[in-house]
Each structure stands twice: as C-alpha cells, then as structure tokens.
Design a protein around this ligand. Structure first.
Ligand SMILES: C[S@@+](CC[C@H](N)C(=O)[O-])C[C@H]1O[C@@H](n2cnc3c(N)ncnc32)[C@H](O)[C@@H]1O
Length: 236
C-alpha cells in the first residue's frame, strides 16, 4: 500500500469515538504527575480528555482530521458515530471484558456523556482542537511533555501499514520532549499483530529512543493490557 497509506486513506473509514478522562487515565496509567506541562491527545476524536484536563489546569490540545469540519457538522457526525460504535460493541460484547464499564448500555451512556463534554468544549475553546493528520503534526519539535495516542495506531493496522506506523511514531517523538504513550497494541478484532509492535520497538530503539512495553490497569479488549511508551527525555 503505502504512500503513507494514501495519507491514512479516507477518514470516513475510522470510527470517531469519545472516551473520557478516566478511561484515558486507566488506558495510559496516568498519574497526576504525568499530567503537568503541555499534553497532546492525538487522535482526539470526540474524546473529552482535553476538555477535562484543561478544566483541571493542564495545558492540553487535541489533533484529529475531523476537526477540519464545522463544529455543528462534527457534533452531528459524532452522534452518528456513537450509535455506530454502540451497535458494534453490543454485537461483539463477548469479545470484551466488562470489569471497567459494567455492561454495553453503561459503556454507551458513558460515551454519550463524554461526547457532550467534548462538544461543549469544542464550541467554547475551538483553538484546543487542531485539524491535522498523522504522520504530519503542525507543531515545532519538542512542543509537548506528554503525547497520548489511543485507538488509531495498531487498532487500524488492517489499513495502516508498517511504514505509516513508523512515520506516525517518529512524528509524535519529534513533537515530544517527554513521553509518547500508545494504547492499545492490538487491532480492532483484538489480535496482537505479529511482529508489528516488536519491529517498531526495535526500530525506535535503533533510532535512539528508549521504547518499552508497560502494563496498564485497564483491559477491555481481551489481552490488551499494555501500552507502548517512548521516553524522548532519555533519547540517546
Ligand atoms: C477510534 S477514534 C479514537 C479517538 C480518541 N482517542 C478516543 O479514544 O476516543 C480514531 C480517530 O482517529 C482519527 N484519525 C484517522 N486518521 C488519522 C490520522 N492520520 N491522524 C490522526 N487522527 C486520525 C479519526 O478521525 C478518529 O477520530
């Protein structure tokens, strides 16, 4: 495929989801100490992480290609995407572990509440939501203390190839002066991708970035209990 997967192919193929700050905290094993300085959520989608983090005094911004749409259109699209996501989760409920969410209905309700927080913040603070696409981020080198990336890399490895993943990671490393965290390390079907994670860890290590797999206190897709951390502050 490549040409960097035709710039990640058309975004309509990617579900726009809306996780909340507590989900981010669990997925990325975040402590209060991690959430200081400048934080990038990439991709932000309809997640309320940035809104909640900013409300708590963190200097957070989000990136996603869908932010190029007018806010009203994006909010309407998000409603449809949440319905699509809820139907998918309900239909495939036996693939997931429900300790964190309880049940599909509670999961869907939580996504809806998170999307409302996102929508209100998008309207009130549009500059926090930057339209852009990996692997090209419109920020100078070393702009962020922490870069978080959930449910794009690996999740869509059926359509985003190895070259794209490498370029996306290099770009997140470029804009970071601290840490980059990526979750999950499985695809949409919950499969660990043979060699992809390990090859990328080797490539990043060879480029002088300290890369490690770290356990997280969250498991929804069965077996997805690890994040990939790139520690740019210790770059060799
Ligand atoms: C499943 S959502 C995840 C959103 C958010 N992180 C969350 O967990 O709720 C995937 C997002 O990736 C975005 N996306 C697709 N291609 C992208 C790219 N090349 N760079 C950045 N974001 C992209 C989509 O628009 C979509 O909002």
């Amino acid at each position: 495929m490549s040409d960097l997967c035709n710039e990640a192919r058309s975004i309509g193929e990617f579900l726009v989801s809306a996780r909340d700050a507590d989900e981010y905290r669990a997925m990325f094993d975040l402590t209060d100490g991690d959430l200081t300085g400048r934080v990038l959520d990439c991709p932000g989608g309809g997640a309320s992480f940035t809104a909640t983090a900013c409300a708590r005094g963190v200097d957070a911004v989000a990136v996603d290609p869908v932010y190029a749409a007018p806010p009203a259109a994006l909010i309407a699209q998000l409603d449809a995407e949440l319905a699509r996501g809820a139907a998918w989760t309900q239909a495939t409920a036996d693939r997931y572990l429900w300790d964190f969410y309880g049940a599909p209905a509670a999961h869907a309700r939580r996504r809806g509440e998170s999307a409302q927080v996102f929508a209100a913040d998008l309207l009130a603070h549009p500059k926090r939501y930057v339209p852009a696409s990996l692997p090209h981020l419109p920020f100078p080198d070393g702009s962020f203390d922490l870069v978080l990336s959930s449910h794009l890399l690996f999740t869509y490895a059926d359509r985003l190839d190895h070259d794209w993943h490498r370029a996306a990671m290099q770009e997140m490393v470029r804009v970071s002066r601290g840490r980059v965290r990526v979750f999950p390390l499985v695809d949409q079907a919950g499969a660990r991708l043979t060699g992809l994670v390990e090859n990328l860890v080797s490539e990043m290590s060879a480029a002088g970035v300290v890369a490690s797999l770290r356990p997280v206190p969250f498991e929804f897709q069965q077996g997805a209990r690890e994040m990939l951390e790139l520690d740019v502050s210790r770059q060799r």
